[in-house]
Design a protein around this ligand. Structure first.
Ligand code: PMP
Ligand code: GLU
Length: 401
């Protein structure tokens, strides 16, 4: 069958593929520990679920305006401004587009801002969907990575070395999936100023902003923590999926200057129309009750922090020769495994397949994130499962020696 050149480069999501395989093997009776899925293991807080149910019963079941219900757009701005953020910025609800997950915010942004002949720099290791979304916009990704021993972070020098006449965008993710790296305010400012000075659109994926273990407060630095003058053209990608444990509700947010937001909305009006209305009603409750949400987020982040420490401790004890990047946010551990390559295990894909096959632990190959030396573990699961998974990986490696 001949398919359109729109999808010539398209590959299915590797993260979703691994977690689907893990679910299938489990359904077949295999004892699988799935550390592939990037989603919180907590249920959505009940009071947020209640809002959706009440909304449905009250008839909030119809289309909404394409960029979302006005109260939610306002609540999104207020929520992003919490903690005194965005001081000096002109921010209004007309700058927010409510999307079907953060994924659609990225898709809308790339489709609206980039096209054939454009190059988009992608901070590497990258979340697996970025290059695919760029290629759906018919633009080209160029991959830029900082040194691994500095958490792969980008600097203006690294960016400048790779900039060409065709460079139109940069996609940055902090706290990052898959590494858990977090840009400090100064580092972020330097990158933002570089994009501003070169007319490069900055797409800042801040979906994990609240899942932060650092000491500069309850939220990792994001664009709104900078002076407005430091930032040129931007799209901040946010949403409720991760921090509010609402992955299945499919609510994301894009915040951008008004003229960009209007285009994102126009694009969406011809694709999904609007994010599901009951989900918007739930997100409205989540974002409107900031104190209550903060308490929920705090307790989830405490659990993620404890698990991060647990996984780091167990790696130091049981797998000390595997190098890891100490995560400062999100809920992933990026593990360097290329020291094990040899014989049948030649790359991150075959390393993960061997571990899944022999001891039933599902991890995602680093190749899906642009670095084949690594694999990704999601620690958004129970302490017991994490302990058991690490024991199993240790056993597998001892047996394959
Ligand atoms: N950005 C990053 C970095 C992610 O890890 C994810 C995970 N799904 C998304 C965006 C998309 O989020 P959503 O589920 O809200 O579409
Ligand atoms: N973002 C998550 C992950 O990286 C969820 C899966 C996906 O949307 O790719 O695993």
């Amino acid at each position: 069958m001949n398919f359109s050149s729109n999808i010539a480069e398209l590959r299915p999501s590797a993260t979703i593929a691994v977690s689907t395989l893990a679910k299938k093997l489990r359904a077949e009776g295999r004892d699988i520990i799935d550390l592939s899925a990037g989603e919180p293991d907590f249920p959505t807080p009940e009071w947020i679920c209640d809002a959706a149910v009440e909304g449905i019963r009250a008839g909030r079941t119809r289309y909404t305006p394409a960029p979302g219900i006005p109260e939610l757009r306002s609540a999104a701005v207020a929520s992003m401004r919490r903690g005194g953020r965005g001081e000096g910025w002109t921010l209004g609800p007309d700058q927010v587009v409510v999307t079907c997950g953060a994924k659609q915010a990225l898709y809308n942004a790339c489709t609206a801002l980039f096209g054939p002949g454009d190059e988009v720099m992608v901070a590497t290791p990258y979340w697996t969907s970025y290059p695919q979304i760029v290629s759906l916009a018919r633009a080209e990704s160029t991959f830029v990575a900082g040194p691994a021993d500095q958490g792969f972070k980008l600097t203006p020098e690294l960016l400048e070395a790779q900039r060409t006449e065709a460079t139109r965008g940069l996609i940055l993710c902090s706290p990052s999936n898959p590494v858990g790296l977090v840009y400090s305010l100064e580092e972020l400012r330097a990158v933002a100023r570089w994009t501003r000075d070169h007319g490069v659109h900055l797409i800042s994926d801040e979906i994990y902003r609240r899942i932060y273990f650092g000491d500069s407060g309850e939220s990792a630095p994001g664009l709104l923590d900078l002076d407005a003058g430091d930032v040129g053209s931007y799209v901040v990608v946010d949403g409720v999926s991760k921090a509010y444990a609402m992955t299945g509700w499919r609510i994301g947010l894009a915040l951008a200057p008004v003229e960009i937001a209007a285009k994102l909305s126009a694009l969406q009006s011809h694709s999904t129309s609007n994010a599901a209305t009951p989900s918007q009603v739930a997100a409205l409750r989540a974002l409107s009750d900031g104190d209550r949400a903060d308490a929920e987020i705090r307790s989830m982040v405490e659990a993620f922090r404890r698990r991060r420490d647990l996984v780091l401790d167990r790696f130091a004890e049981r797998l000390p020769d595997l190098e890891v990047v100490v995560p400062e946010g999100a809920f992933y551990l990026f593990i360097r495994v290329d020291g094990d390559y040899g014989g049948d295990v030649a790359d991150s894909q075959s390393w993960c397949s061997a571990v899944l096959e022999s001891v039933g632990v599902a991890l995602v190959p680093g190749a899906a994130f642009g670095d084949d030396r690594y694999v990704r573990l999601s620690y958004a699961t129970s302490d017991d499962l994490l302990e058991e998974a690490i024991r199993r990986v240790q056993k597998h490696r001892a047996e394959s020696d």
